[in-house]
Design a binder for this molecule. Structure first.
Ligand SMILES: NC(=O)c1ccc[n+]([C@@H]2O[C@H](COP(=O)([O-])OP(=O)(O)OC[C@H]3O[C@@H](n4cnc5c(N)ncnc54)[C@H](O)[C@@H]3O)[C@@H](O)[C@H]2O)c1
Length: 384
């Protein structure tokens, strides 16, 4: 008989993230066999009843719910996983915390600072385990970047540069809002590329390079009015289509961030580059197993950017997968986050980013939004 402890999962939302998380829960025991906890797919909940049963069958959920409130009340659920659009995160998380459930919440933590503060307060009061799915941290090449920076190899860091570029909304006839299009609706999403894309860049940046002190930003909405799918009315668009900002990190380095859904030709190009006195690092989501590294102390005859294929067993997470030389994919970052969350239950050490840490990202997003409106520099209030 298995001596593993069961962690009963209640997943809310069966779209893009519902699938990546379900895959994570299903894969983790095979590839992280030493973990004491094993996730059990107890229940899945979303509103589209016609797809709910099929989803449950496809991914192996034992039961279904159409109302998340019912799911939260169930005694056979230990952890609530929030994979719904941003306008639901606060309400669900606060109710789940009050019911004593552990919470794994999708990013951005909330639509705005007020909501995210309430979520942090609720989780602190309840004292339940929590994490936010800023999953890019858990791609092996990005985790390796963290280790290299932590070892001091870069020396003093001068610059941090990040981009997240897409092109899927360059189309005036695309409606704002509705099923599958909630990212276009400011009332649901909270913001456009800022919360959707830049929040990822900010999370990774503060993890790798420390707190962001202050920002100056600009944002643009290129298509000013769109038809709303739910009302049929043409209405003013409230989201940012593009948003960029400059910042100071508390370690003295300068940051430059750009995100847009109007970079024709780019579907999901997330890149970052860090320049230190002794070495530089750069990473590109389109080639996610590689980390590029330039070391100024290399002999001049071999000096140049190296491309590290992060697939060796002594590199982050890779001893859990195949053999050296064989890469992994986007979906593995979610398997890793599940594994790290389960491990955190064994060790009692929080699974980063926690709600409190994701709230720091929300502070930066808030300052970016305010600066883009006012045109002036804004302090973020980030704590480190
Ligand atoms: N970590 C990442 O890289 C990443 C990537 C994509 C999305 N996200 C985040 O994940 C969340 C979901 O995004 P998505 O792309 O999966 O969206 P999606 O539109 O693909 O899926 C949303 C799901 O939520 C369900 N839903 C909506 N309102 C609900 C309610 N009140 N009760 C129950 N179910 C409800 C819908 O029926 C649908 O199944 C968002 O917060 C988004 O920002 C994160």
């Amino acid at each position: 008989m298995s001596t593993k402890k069961k962690l009963n999962i209640g997943l809310i939302g069966g779209g893009f993230m519902g699938r990546t998380h379900s895959n994570g829960y299903n894969r983790v025991a095979n590839f992280f066999p030493a973990l004491q906890y094993t996730p059990v797919l107890k229940a899945v909940c979303f509103r589209n009843e016609s797809k709910l049963k099929g989803f449950a069958e496809q991914w192996g959920y034992e039961s279904t719910e159409t109302d998340w409130r019912k799911m939260i009340k169930r005694n056979d659920i230990d952890a609530i996983d929030i994979c719904t659009p941003n306008d639901t995160h606060a309400e669900i998380a606060i109710a789940a915390a009050a019911a004593g459930k552990m919470i794994l919440c999708e990013k951005p933590l909330a639509r705005n600072l007020e909501e995210s503060q309430q979520m942090v307060d609720a989780i602190t009061k309840a004292g339940v385990a929590n994490t936010v799915w800023y999953n890019y941290r858990r791609l092996p090449a990005v985790t390796l970047a963290k280790q290299i920076i932590g070892s001091g190899k870069l020396g003093q860091i001068f610059h941090y540069r990040a981009n997240f570029l897409q092109d899927w909304t360059i189309n005036a006839s695309l409606p704002q809002g509705g099923e599958g299009l909630w990212r276009m609706d400011a009332a649901v999403a909270g913001s456009g590329v800022l919360g959707d894309l830049l929040s990822h860049c900010i999370d990774t940046a503060m993890w790798l390079n420390g707190g962001i002190k202050d920002v100056t930003a600009m944002s643009e909405t290129f298509i000013k009015e769109r038809m709303h799918q739910l009302t049929g009315k043409v209405e003013k668009v409230g989201i940012d289509d593009a948003c960029s900002f400059l910042c100071h990190f508390s370690n003295g380095s300068l940051g430059l961030f750009e995100s847009t859904r109007y970079a024709r030709g780019h579907k999901a190009l997330y890149t970052f580059e860090i320049n230190g006195a002794n070495a530089s690092i750069r990473w590109d989501l389109h080639d996610l197993n590689r980390l590029e590294y330039f070391d100024n102390s290399d002999e001049s005859i071999v000096k140049g950017w190296r491309s590290i294929h992060v697939t060796d067993g002594d590199q982050p997470y890779m001893n859990k997968w195949w053999v050296p030389g064989l890469g992994i994919g986007y979906e593995h970052s979610f398997v890793h986050q599940v594994a790290d969350f389960l491990e955190s239950l064994e060790t009692g050490k929080p699974c980063s980013p926690t709600f409190a840490e994701a709230h720091q990202t929300q502070l930066v997003c808030n300052a970016v939004q305010e600066s883009a409106k006012s045109g002036s520099w804004k302090n973020t209030g980030v704590s480190n």
